[in-house]
Design a protein around this ligand. Sequence first.
Ligand code: GLY
Length: 405
Amino acid sequence: MKFTAITGLILALCTTASVAQQTAKPLLFAEKQTDVLLQKTAETKASSLKANLFSPRSLNPDSSLNLVAPNDWCAGFFAGNLWQLYEYSGDPKWMGQAKVFTRIMEGEKTNGGTHDLGFMMYCSVGNAYRLTHDAHYKEIIIEAAKTLSTRFNPIVGCIKSWDNTKWKYPVIIDNMMNLELLFEATKLSGDSSFYKIAVTHANTTMKNHYRADYSSYHVVDYDPGTGKVLHKQTAQGYSDESAWARGQAWGLYGFTMCYRETGNKIYLKQAENIANFILNNPNLPKDLVPYWDYNDPAIPNVPRDASAAAIMASALYELSTYSFNGKIYKAIADKILNSLNNNYQAPLGADKGFLLLHSTGHKPAGSEIDVPIIYADYYYLEALLRQKHLKQGKPVLNTAGVVKY
Ligand code: GLY
């Protein structure tokens, strides 16, 4: 694997000592800031006419808080943030709040209308089970996996992403993230059908979503009757042939997770190749927080996507524990977190209590451009915890339950 001068510089600059000093502060900031988000969420909910809006997603153009209903793809992230703060602090206050927001998500376990059930249920209920081992949550994870499996078509070899008329059987790269729910459900239930669906989806995605340079298309549309690829396009990127930044990050995270769950080296190689594409991209800025799309010709005068950076950092910490390039990946993840900590955090008490500024949701639709978005905060917290675990010589993923620091 080749690395450019930028990665060499990062290795030289990131010492263990500097990272150690920088780990605690952002997590303490996250606790204080999340108190604000809880309060703003309660105030906004109280003044809303729609009773089902409950979970913070982003800021509206008028800077008001955008709350979403449980069936929104972003509805489970805030519960996940609260669980992660409980994981960090051991403070029962966070568990109490996490349970409240998770409870509201539980009804979505039978929502077969979305491929995002993995995001919705695994970030909320999945974290709840990981940190409490409560059997109640286990049953919900299995039920949600059964529901997600109904969207799998064995002829295509993928879970269907969207139900719309623009495409026949669209599969988006983001969908790699929903496979973690399926892997977990097989471990919890002993039913291998979830595992088989996850592996088949990953293999089909590896075959059809990736270009020779290991950048990914956003959408691949299939003929559901034959499995033939009909179109390779974008929905949220600059163009069909461009590399949408968050899509590249989803793929990096997704294939790293598939390697963890299967031990199959083809997924490790895929994750390394995706990392190589991202980290050697000439349009990756020096602070390693990508522009929203690597191929927007207006770079550098385009918005960043801090969410892509947070997802990349979290994925790279995990990948660092599997790969021969581990030291480099860890140093790069540290560098990304340094950038986010120092230049992308919201001021304490501001921006309704979100943690990170400067994410881009759906630029072509003109929606959520250069704003705080809840999934950026979720993967930022996850990356901070992974950094902390590695610093303490612990496994990158805490599956042992709550650890008091
Ligand atoms: N899964 C949708 C997104 O990443 O925006």
